[in-house]
Write a new protein. Structure first.
Ligand SMILES: Cc1cc2nc3c(=O)[nH]c(=O)nc-3n(C[C@H](O)[C@H](O)[C@H](O)COP(=O)(O)OP(=O)(O)OC[C@H]3O[C@@H](n4cnc5c(N)ncnc54)[C@H](O)[C@@H]3O)c2cc1C
Length: 414
């Protein structure tokens, strides 16, 4: 999510990740004399959201792309944004992708589509795509990132210091931690009824609209409320030495599982040359939607939703890890992970909204200047349509949101 404030000096305040694309576009379009300031708030420890990269201080050489393993970029504008970042920031994804029959263990390789760019970030870390958006060839001094901070409440109100309404961002104790002229919402969580099941209470943006009614914002919130989500569980671990070499010798890097009865939907293997002096690889298992839906109370004790937001049910976690590893062991021809010799993990992470489902939020409804709110993310359309639920759709709608807000601010100043 993002928030943007315009006051004196102008502060532009964002929350979250592919708001990185919005922040980048605003930094490109707003003249320096406006004195704009852009802040991104993020629950997680770093950028990237569902296309982020897990790291651990104990093993600094390892990284795990536990959400999106790569991005497929199909539109002209998507390719232009990516090309703009340059080959130091964006790498071609070279992994072998295909389908694995979990009953026979037979793998068939997909042919990568010619006109599609399959990409990852520098050093094969997906989160580096987001970092590059915030730094590469822009004046990044106006962008401030605030990690490990969850926005728990919002108000759109006149304050003692302002003549017009501003957005107040609040923490768990309902204390105001920041104010902003504009709110750019990346990620539908604060605007969607599913917030209540995970964190309790009214979703913050819905509560803010009740307090400060706005017909267009209400229409946008109603449309978002009708969108469904498709969750996934991820279980991941790292192994080294002979164990890693066994995984790395397989025919694939990303295998989609085609068995309807399986609780696994995808297996991802990532390896790299390392400074550690030994071979290593990470293995990420994605569950099916059905398995994640059945176990909706478990978030993973190391996830930001659990650590910062307090959402999890730890009692079931080890059981779910066990069930996903057992499903892996049942696939013929794959190495059998020995949890006692793993370098890291196995850990579980719930992607409560891995992919949005249903009708995309139109970009007309996504821009609400009457309340200084704009929505961006993979659930919002943009003029050049990308696939709902893809990193590319988040990039395009984020860029579009940045353009709309910049235009509005500049027109207002004229
Ligand atoms: C398992 C999985 C596999 C995927 N595979 C692919 C793929 O192969 N190709 C592809 O293109 N896409 C894939 N995706 C989808 C892709 O990752 C997303 O479409 C994209 O990352 C969406 O970006 P976003 O900015 O819209 O949202 P997000 O990445 O979800 O960003 C929203 C951010 O807001 C933060 N946030 C939310 N609420 C708050 C709050 N109250 N306070 C502070 N911060 C908050 C969240 O922590 C999050 O970081 C996959 C996703 C998953 C989960």
């Amino acid at each position: 999510m993002c928030f943007l404030f315009i006051s004196n000096p102008i502060i532009i305040l964002f929350l979250s990740y592919h708001s990185c694309a919005s922040a980048r576009r605003l930094a490109q379009l707003l003249p320096y004399n406006i004195n704009a300031k852009i802040s991104l708030y993020e629950i997680g420890r770093g950028p990237g959201g569902r296309a982020s990269t897990r790291k651990t201080r104990d093993l600094p050489h390892i990284y795990i792309n536990h959400g999106a393993p790569y991005a497929d970029i199909r539109t002209t504008q998507g390719k232009s944004i990516i090309n703009n970042l340059g080959s130091n920031c964006i790498l071609q994804y070279k992994g072998i992708i295909g389908t694995l029959d979990s009953t026979s263990g037979t793998f068939s390789k997909d042919t990568k589509e010619d006109k599609v760019d399959y990409i990852t970030g520098a050093y094969n870390k997906m989160s580096n795509i987001a970092s590059s958006l915030l730094t590469q060839d822009i004046d990044s001094s106006i962008i401030d990132t605030k990690y490990k901070t969850m926005i728990r409440g919002l108000s759109y109100t006149v304050t003692a210091d302002s003549d017009t309404k501003v957005w107040q961002l609040k923490d768990k104790a309902n204390e105001v931690i920041d104010t902003a002229d504009w709110l750019i919402v990346a990620g539908s969580g604060i605007a969607h009824p599913r917030w209540t099941a995970a964190f309790g209470g009214e979703p913050p943006l819905i509560a803010a609209e009740v307090e400060s009614p706005d017909t267009k914002l209400r229409q946008a919130l109603d449309a978002i409320g009708k969108q469904e989500v498709s969750p996934r569980m991820a279980v991941f671990f790292v192994c080294s030495g002979d164990d890693a070499r066994k995984w790395r010798s397989l025919d694939f890097d990303v295998a989609n599982i085609n068995n309807e009865d399986s609780i696994l939907s995808k297996i991802i293997i990532q390896d790299d040359t390392t400074d550690s002096g030994d071979d290593w690889c990470s293995v990420v298992l994605h569950s099916t939607e059905a398995f994640a839906t059945e176990n909706s109370s478990v978030y993973g004790r190391t996830s930001s939703a659990a650590r910062v937001g307090g959402a999890t049910d730890e009692s079931l976690e080890d059981d779910l890890i066990d069930r996903m590893l057992t499903a892996l062991k049942e696939i013929p021809g794959l190495p059998t992970p020995n949890v006692k010799t793993l370098s890291y993990g196995p850990l579980l992470h719930r992607w409560g909204n891995a992919f949005p489902k249903g009708l995309v939020l139109s970009h007309e409804l996504g821009f609400v200047p009457s309340s200084c709110v704009t929505f961006c993310g993979d659930y919002v359309s943009s003029p050049e349509m990308a696939r709902l639920g893809s990193l590319e759709s988040a990039l395009l709608s984020g860029t579009h949101a940045g353009e709309q807000v910049a235009k509005y601010i500049l027109d207002d100043i004229k």
